[in-house]
Design a protein around this ligand. Structure first.
Ligand SMILES: Nc1ncnc2c1ncn2[C@@H]1O[C@H](COP(=O)(O)OP(=O)(O)O)[C@@H](O)[C@H]1O
Ligand SMILES: [Mg+2]
Length: 364
């Protein structure tokens, strides 16, 4: 047996999620242990601040790089403690994205969380900076979970779409015929705009179960204004983040809609924006949606996705994987590939000129 740890903290900056994977020889990974840590409030605040250009970024980013490295190491050591006497070959730590600009003349992406600190504190080789090689090869550097989705969720019976509802939403399209390429892309916001609107008006981190949105009324005019954003009609490959879909984006859309819209109705419209933008970008071949990520815990959003897509909607637990751990598992799985010097990115998804060995390895 081989063991790997995967660690993820996504654009929501809500928590760090980590998994211990057990991989049988020539087999698919199995989830052994899980761990999660909420973001300390001050660290969260600094991370969010770093997502848009501001003052003294280098000092702040370097401090966060080390602080996050310690937090990630702590959660990895928690898993090591629970793993018993097994040898863990590698840690794959995605890190915290603070800037993702995959387009333009000097494309780049930046994830914080020091691999040197993690490897040093855990004694386990640690892979970080997964996305840069793909970007250097002309790709979007995202999404990367499709490599893992292909391994564990493919079916010969139907064309499945795996829909990750994090801060941003990304879909993976798994063709029934395994000789056809897997595709996938970021569709736009999943929870990030709903979260910030809920913080602004209810002073809560998110709209529990989507209840606030469910009690509001959809404003079609505002929705039309939002869906007119060129990102939604741009063909893949494409990826996005909070440097695009953020407070300023939402405020522009609200200002452009003319008539003031009540906060509850804005929230209802944002929920529909997520559902309609995802549904509208699915190819006709898709037979069923399987959801993962924190948005799975939002029954209102799930219902809207079913209505808008006209497809059966379930979450990945129906396929044997609890939805909140998929992203962390993906990076543990990719790190193992990197340790074995095997490529783990899909040019059919990212648009890169070739598959790359994702990430840099830090040895203890
Ligand atoms: N009970 C819930 N009701 C509604 N939304 C939820 C619930 N639990 C989690 N979420 C949503 O999921 C988000 C976190 O999802 P996650 O997959 O961790 O995203 P990321 O990868 O961006 O960190 C929260 O910010 C929130 O919007
Ligand atoms: Mg999260």
């Amino acid at each position: 047996m081989t063991y790997a740890i995967g660690i993820m903290s996504g654009t929501s900056v809500d928590a760090v999620d980590a998994v211990l994977l057990e991989i049988p020889p020539d087999g698919n990974p199995v989830l052994r242990e899980t761990a999660t840590r909420d973001f300390p409030a001050e660290l969260r605040h600094t991370v969010l601040g770093l997502m848009t250009p501001g003052e003294n970024e280098i000092d702040q980013a370097c401090r966060v790089h080390v602080e996050l490295g310690k937090l990630y190491a702590e959660i990895a050591l928690d898993l090591v403690g629970r793993a018993g006497s097994v040898t863990i070959s590698v840690i794959g730590c995605h890190g915290q994205t603070v800037r993702h600009r995959p387009d333009g003349p000097h494309p780049f992406t930046l994830q914080l969380g020091s691999g040197a600190v993690i490897a040093g504190r855990t004694g386990i080789p640690t892979v970080t900076d997964f996305r840069s090689a793909d970007i250097a090869a002309g790709g979007q550097g995202a999404p990367f979970a499709p490599f893992f989705h292909r391994a564990v969720f493919s079916s010969d019976m139907s064309c499945r779409a795996i829909v990750n509802l994090g801060g941003i939403a990304n879909v993976t399209l798994l063709p029934r015929d395994r000789s056809e390429p897997v595709t996938g892309f970021d569709t736009g916001p999943a929870n990030c705009l709903m979260d910030l609107w809920t913080r602004r008006h209810l002073a809560k981190p998110f709209d529990e179960s989507g209840a606030w949105a469910a009690g509001g009324a959809l404003d079609e005019h505002l929705l039309g204004q939002m869906l007119a954003d060129p990102y939604f009609s741009r063909p893949p490959p494409k990826s996005t983040g909070r440097e695009y879909f953020n407070e300023a984006w939402l405020d522009r859309a609200l200002a452009g809609s003319g008539e003031p819209v009540s906060p509850a109705n804005v929230q209802a419209t944002l929920a529909m924006l997520t559902a309609r933008s995802i549904s509208g970008q699915l190819p006709p071949a898709v037979d069923a949606l399987y959801l993962c990520g924190g948005g799975c815990a939002n029954p209102h959003l799930r219902a809207l996705l079913g209505e808008e897509s006209g497809l059966p909607v379930d979450d990945t637990s129906a396929l044997g994987w609890p939805p909140e751990w998929i992203e962390a598992a993906a990076f543990g799985w990719m790190a193992l590939a990197t340790l074995h010097q095997s490529p783990s990115t899909l040019p059919s998804v990212t648009g890169a000129s070739r598959a790359t060995m994702a990430g840099a390895i830090h040895y203890p």
